[in-house]
Write a protein that binds this ligand. Sequence first.
Ligand SMILES: [Zn+2]
Length: 691
Amino acid sequence: MAIYGLWRLPVILMVIVSLFINMLPAQIRGVLSGKSKEETALSTGTPWVDSDLKENISFFRFSSPEDDFHYYADKKLLCENRLWGYENWNIYAERVFDVEDQVMELLKNDTLKSHDAELVQKMYSLLTDWDKRNSSSMEEIKELTDKILKTKDLDELTKLLCTRQGAIWFDNFIGIYTHQGTSDSKHYAVYITPYPLRLEDSAEYAKRTEYGEMTQGYKDSVFVYAAKKLGMKEADAKKCLEQSYELEEMMAPYIPTSEEQMSADYVQKSNNEMSYSEIKKLSGDYPLTDIIDAMGYTYDGTYIVSEPEYLKQLNKIYIPENFERIRSLIYIDAVETLIEFGDRDIYEYDMDAYEKNYGYVNRLTDDEMAYYKLGDILYGPLQNLYVDEYGVEEDKRKLENICKDVIGTYRKMLDENSWASRETRDYAIKKLDSMDIRIAWPDKREDFSDLSFKGLSLIESLNAIYERDLDYDNELPGTERDPDDWGNEVNLLEVNAFYSPADNAICLPVGMMGEPFFSEKMKKEELYASIAAFWLGHEISHSFDSNGAQYDADGNLRDWWNEKDKEEFLRRIDRLSAYLDTIVPFGSYNIVGSNIDTEMAADMTGLQCALRMAEYEPDFDYDLFFRKYAELNATIMPYGSELENLLQDPHPLSYLRTNVPVQQFEEFYETYGVDKKDDMYLAPEDRLLIW
Ligand SMILES: [Zn+2]
C-alpha cells in the first residue's frame, strides 16, 4: 500500500497488524512533569494492580510471582532511576534510542556521498533550521491555507479540492490509497475510506470520554493559537471550530467507531467492491469521482469502499447550505497539518498545550524532533542509508535460521491440534508454508534518484515528497503486485513487527534487530521468549486469528474454514473475551475483551509455540524464559497514555500481555509453585488455549 502524503493517514482497513502500536516520539521521551491522577483511584484493579502506571510503581510495593508475575519480574527494571527521566517508557524504547543514536551519526557525517544520504541530511537541516522556519514558514502556510478561506461558494471550494495541490494538502472527506485487492490479492485496487475525524474515534461524538476531552482541549487550543498567527480573529477561529464540529456530528454516525473497527467482522463488512460508475452514482452531489480524477486514481477496475453509507451521507451534507461548515473543516485540517512545519513559537505552544491537556510534558531535543519527522516523511531514503551503513548480512541469516525453527514448531502445533478437523489443519499448514517471512530489509530497494530538495524550502520539499508519492501510487491500480516488493507501508527502522494478511507475509524489520530482542549475548531461553513467543510466534498467530483466518494462503479474502471448526474457534475467542471483560485495570474502567482478544490470542499462541520448542531443550531454564517474556512487556505510562491505550489500542495493556498469557500454561504453575489461593491462579478448566 502506498499512501499519498504519508503523514495523512486515512482510516485504514485491517491491512497490516503490528506487534504493538508505535508510540508517538513525544510519548517515548517526555520529561517527568510530576502531575498525576489520584493515587487511590489507580491502585485499585482486579485481579492485579495496573503496574504500567507510573503511580503504581514503587520499591515498597510487595511483589511475588504467584500474585502478580509481571510486577515481580519487572519491578527492578521499572524502579531503576534511569527510567524516571521519561514520562513514558517501555523496553523497546531502549532499542528505539539505539537506532536513533545510529541515525544521528549518519545525519552528521559529512563524508557520506550517496543520494539517499544527501536527501536525509538536507531534510534534517531544513527541519532544524529554526531561523529559516521562523522567517518564512508561517507565510508559506498562510499562502496555502488562505486559498481555502478565499473561496466564496461550494463550487469554488470543490474546484480547489480538485487541483493537484488540493489533493496533496487539503482534506476532501475521504481517504484514498492503493493496496492489493481483497478478492484478488495479486493486483492493486483502490480503497476509499472515511477521513479520520478530529477526535479520532466516532464514538466520541455520541458520548465524549475523558480522553476525548483531553484531545479536544489540546487540538482546539493549538488551532485557535495558530489561526490567530495566520491572521484570523480569535472569535472567527472559535466559530470555525464550532462549524467544523457541527459538520463532524453529521458525519460521525456513518463512520465506524474504534470498537467496531477492531471487531473481527469488520473486514467483511468493509469489503464493498464497486465500479467507477457505481461509486459515482452512490456519492451523488459529493464530487467523489471529480476528486478521484484530480488525484489520478481513475481506472476501470475495482474500488473498495469501506463505508458506502458514509458516501451517501456525504451526498446529503456536501451542499451549498453547509458551505461555511465544509470550508471551516477543511481549513482547520490544513492548518493543523501544516503547522507541524511552522515556526518555533507554534512548536513551543503545541508542546505546552499537550502538557496542559494530557497532564504530562513531552519535550524533544531538536535532533529527536528531526529524527522522528524523518521517520514519518522520508523513511525510504533513511532506511536505505541505514542498511548501507549498519546492515549485517550474517545477523540476517542467523535470524532466518531461528525463524525456520519457530515455523517448524508451529507446523507441529497445528498438525497436532486437538479440535480442528484434518481439512482445516491441513489448510492452515499450507498457509503457514506459503507465508513470506521478510527479514531485516529487502534485496530490492527503492531508488530515490528522481527526488531532490535543491533550492526548496521545507514546505516545498514536503510538497515534492508527496507529489512523488502520489505519482508513484497513481501507477499502481490494476497492475500486478511484484512479490519481491515489500511495499512501502512499513518503516524498516521501526522497532516493531508486522503481519500483512493480503500478502500472507510477516515483516521483521532491521529496526528490531538488536537488544533487548536479538543479540549475540542472548541465551537460548531469552531468544525463545523474544523471537519464538513475543515476536515471530505472535505474528504468525495473526495469520490464523479471527481476522487473519478470513484470508486464504494467497492473501485473498476467502473463508477457508468449515462451519464446525469456525464455531469452535469463535467459541474459544468468546471465552477469552469474556475472561478479559472481568479484568479491571483501575478506577471504574474495565477491559473490553472484544477490543483486544485478537492480540491477546496472538500473544498466547506465540507463548504456546515457544514453550513447545522448550520441550526439546534439556535443562531449559523456565524462570529465565518467563522473566525475559515479562521484560519484553515492561512499560511505564502516565495516566493519559494508559487511558488512550485502554480505549483505542487493539493491543492489551502491557502488564496484561505478561500475566494473562503465562497463567494459561502448566509450565508457569510448576516454575513458581502457583496454587489456588494466588492471584495468578486459573483453574485448569478455566485456562484457555486458542490453538
Ligand atoms: Zn499483533
